[in-house]
Ligand binder design. Structure first.
Ligand code: T1G
Length: 711
């Protein structure tokens, strides 16, 4: 037996324990160890049944994802995979009881389903999350799960990839019994109970596979939903196809079909991108110059200054995480509006089944409205979310410096302003940090954490850790104008406006980016956020614009007419009372008039150019941010764009996408645009360097060593 798998005996019951921390992934040696144990048990007359259990905090969390990269890059053979081991377990002459605690995900659940019985701790979870990695279950999960849970539930679990809690898994027929208390003892007792009974093989349980009449509408509905909810993702559709095969083909043939679809997904760019995202979401939490053991500041009480849309959403985030939060605004009317907005948001979360009424009631109790800074002296962390103006923010921070206790974290939710200048309004810049939430703050997962020149490592480490508790993905960025996300979004939206001014219709520009996979087109996004936000910032920084450099003007002209977007019923589009957009011929006419006056020649612009100009504008600015050190790694930029700007996850993020296209191709295209559109398309030196060296952005971080960067 290896260190990874131990075989022990408890009287006549064998116990196979997997020990491959942190998540008992099926790394090389684990499946082999389980297989050996099953063989030994079958030869041991003293054994009547076996329990398979995970050591540490969880059962098997799936195949070792790190091995996939080796497979798809040809470094290792794919081999027979897990199927032989599953048959060995299922054909075992001694009943195998699988005991689940923590998570039984992917290959972990597939191994569990090849066992004859499954028991679980009440707080355990089971699931087939493979679609989140751009693949499908590859070890008969799409064949055994419908046999245990029925076709509809199997489709839901494999297509959405969401975990199922153990009590529900019992209801669905996946788990046979919940074990309160000591799981191992309970599983051994259960094994003794079933030792003399026939060992049911999941692959022979066809009762729940349904008829063609019953299944056809299920698959049709699933495909329909997938095409809208998971637009552009290939794996969910492949999972449906594999389960459909389970209902139509004998088990072995169904497994063949699954394997064919699994391999197609595994070797796809989508899967490589989504695996990049999986590890990326974990990588961004690691800050090279902030050691794991950096002491954290306890955050048991928070306060938010400003009860507007952002302030209210931020207060909900803390309350949802169980942290009492003060919510302050300057006057009663504004405070009442803020609270009414919070109640409205919670009501719709209950209506959509996201929260229970009881949970919401508890959260509302944690939000304490106030018109003064008095209670702020108890807060461990304060987030300022007032109007986006430097003077007002400095005023608030001066006040916070006066009232807050020493050691409290003073954070600003600014989306563009200089954190060091805000901190200069206090006597404790080491306690000042940027915590840039994205609207709606109670929904969007991204939290850009902005490091000021003086921000202490304790404050940064605390905010990075806290972001997890708040259900956010915290990404550390440097203090430059617009930080990372908005700084890149500027050139992206600039190009979208230029394309309209050069002859593309508003709808064509947005459609090209939506077809590319963006959640929303750049112009419609402007209307959603409010065109006046960007307009005000452009006016504030007009003095910084280089003379002679072309600037988009159409959006400013729309704003001068009061067309701010959804909030004024018209922007690039016009909106009905339900904020439903429709094209506005008046805008097309106005733009034609303005561009004629500006002598801008009009032309047909292909969708491919629209996409390249917008996406490569992102990439080029991203390269500048990397070389200037305002982002630690290319993956940090990718995670920001996936979780804050609706960038398609199956493309891995703008920097990963550029690496996939090949930086030489991107560089050549940027040079082309520079020739056509001038200096605004000057390639970032890093893009030029890596393209000429045949390297990737992903390589950059490794070579430079992130400690050197400014964040
Ligand atoms: N393979 C390799 N490493 C893994 C891993 C895995 N399956 N799961 C986690 N890790 C690493 C992770 O990168 C991190 O590393 C550390 O473990 C702790 O993870 C055959 C083909 C289980 C819910 O998709 O969802 O089975 O950053 O920080 O928050 O059909 O990990 O410390 O260096 O996430 O407590 C299907 C993936 C695989 C589950 C725990 N399984 N894992 O969350 O810890 S495909 C999955 C998770 C498959 C079969 C198919 C979560 C977790 P580091 P963590 P956590």
């Amino acid at each position: 037996m290896s260190d990874l798998v131990q075989l022990t005996k408890n009287g006549d019951i064998a116990v196979i324990t997997i020990n491959n921390p942190p998540v008992n992934a099926l790394s090389p040696g684990v499946p082999e160890g389980i297989g050996e144990a099953i063989e030994q048990i079958s030869k041991d007359p003293g054994v009547r049944a076996a329990v398979l259990i995970g050591g540490g905090r969880t059962f098997i969390a799936g195949a070792d994802i790190k091995e996939f990269e080796k497979m798809t890059s040809g470094k290792t053979e794919r081999g027979a995979g897990l199927l032989p081991l599953l048959l060995k377990i299922e054909n075992s002459t001694k009943p195998v009881v699988v005991a689940i605690h923590g998570n039984a995900f992917g290959g972990g659940l597939e191994i569990a389903m090849s066992g004859h019985y499954r028991v679980a701790s009440p707080d355990a979870q089971v699931g087939q999350p493979e679609v989140k990695l751009g693949i499908i279950p590859g070890a008969a999960g799409t064949q055994r799960l419908p046999r245990l849970a029925g076709v509809e539930k199997a489709v839901e679990m494999c297509v959405e990839g969401k975990p199922v809690k153990a009590p529900d898994a019992v209801k669905y027929g996946i788990v046979d019994r919940l074990i309160e208390g000591d799981l191992l003892a309970g599983a051994i007792a259960f094994a003794r109970e079933v030792a003399a009974k026939p060992a049911p093989k999941t692959r022979e349980r066809n009762g729940k596979l349904g008829t063609a009449e019953q299944n056809t509408p299920i698959f049709a509905a699933a495909r329909e939903t997938t095409r809208t909810k998971q637009r552009g993702f290939m794996a969910p559709l492949a999972a449906i196809e594999a389960i459909e095969a389970a209902t139509k083909l004998p088990f072995e043939q169904g497994c063949e079909k699954e394997k064919e679809l699994f391999v197609k997904c595994l070797f796809s760019d989508q899967s490589k991108a989504l695996i990049h995202v999986f590890f990326g979401e974990r990588e961004v939490a690691k800050i090279p110059d902030i050691p794991k053991e950096t002491p954290l500041i306890p955050v048991n009480k928070a306060a938010v200054a400003g009860a507007g849309t952002m302030g209210g959403g931020i207060a909900m985030v803390f309350a949802n995480a169980g942290i009492p939060v003060l919510l302050k605004d300057a006057d009663q009317a504004a405070l009442d509006r803020g609270l009414a907005n919070i109640q409205k948001n919670y009501a719709s979360s209950v209506k959509r089944g996201r929260f229970t009424q009881q949970f919401v009631d508890e959260c509302l109790k944690r939000i304490q409205p106030t018109l003064s800074f008095d209670g702020f002296s108890d807060a461990d962390m304060v987030i300022e979310a007032v109007f986006e103006g430097m003077a007002l923010k400095k005023e608030v921070f001066t006040e916070l410096d006066r009232v807050c206790k020493s050691g409290a974290i003073l954070a600003s939710n600014t989306s563009t302003l200089n954190i060091d200048e805000i901190a200069s309004a206090t006597s404790r810049p080491e306690s000042v940090i940027g915590t840039h939430f994205f609207s709606p703050a109670n929904v969007m997962r991204l939290l850009e954490i902005v490091r000021g020149r003086a921000t202490s490592k304790e404050v940064i480490a605390t905010c990075m850790q806290l972001s997890k508790k708040l259900g956010k993905i915290g990404v550390l960025v440097g203090n430059c104008r617009g930080f990372v996300g908005n700084r890149m979004f500027g050139p992206y939206r600039r190009e979208a406006q230029f394309l309209v001014e050069e002859g593309a219709s508003v709808e064509a520009v947005d459609k090209a980016l939506v077809d590319y996979g963006m959640a929303m087109g750049p112009l419609a996004t402007g209307d959603l956020a409010g065109l006046d936000v960007g307009w005000r910032i452009r006016k504030e920084y007009r003095h910084l614009e280089k003379p002679g450099i072309r600037q988009p003007f159409a959006e400013d002209r729309l704003c001068e007419m009061g067309r701010y977007g959804q909030k004024t019923g018209a922007g690039w589009y016009k909106y009905d009372e339900n904020r439903k957009p429709s094209g506005d011929p008046e805008v097309a006419e106005l733009v034609r008039k303005w561009t004629t006056e500006a002598k801008i020649s009009q032309r047909q612009i292909p969708a491919e150019e629209i996409v390249d100009r917008c996406i490569y504008a992102l990439v080029n600015e991203g390269a500048r941010i990397l070389e200037e050190g305002y982002a630690l790694r290319a993956v940090d930029i990718d995670i920001i764009y996936l979780n804050g700007y609706g960038f398609p996850a199956y493309r891995g993020g703008p920097m990963w996408y550029a690496d996939t296209v090949g930086l030489k191709n991107v560089y050549d295209r940027v040079l082309e645009f520079q020739k056509q559109h001038g200096e605004i398309w000057e390639p970032a030196p890093l893009l030029k360097q890596l393209a000429e060296q045949g390297k990737k952005f992903a390589d950059f971080a490794k070579e430079q060593g992130v400690a050197a960067s400014k964040p």
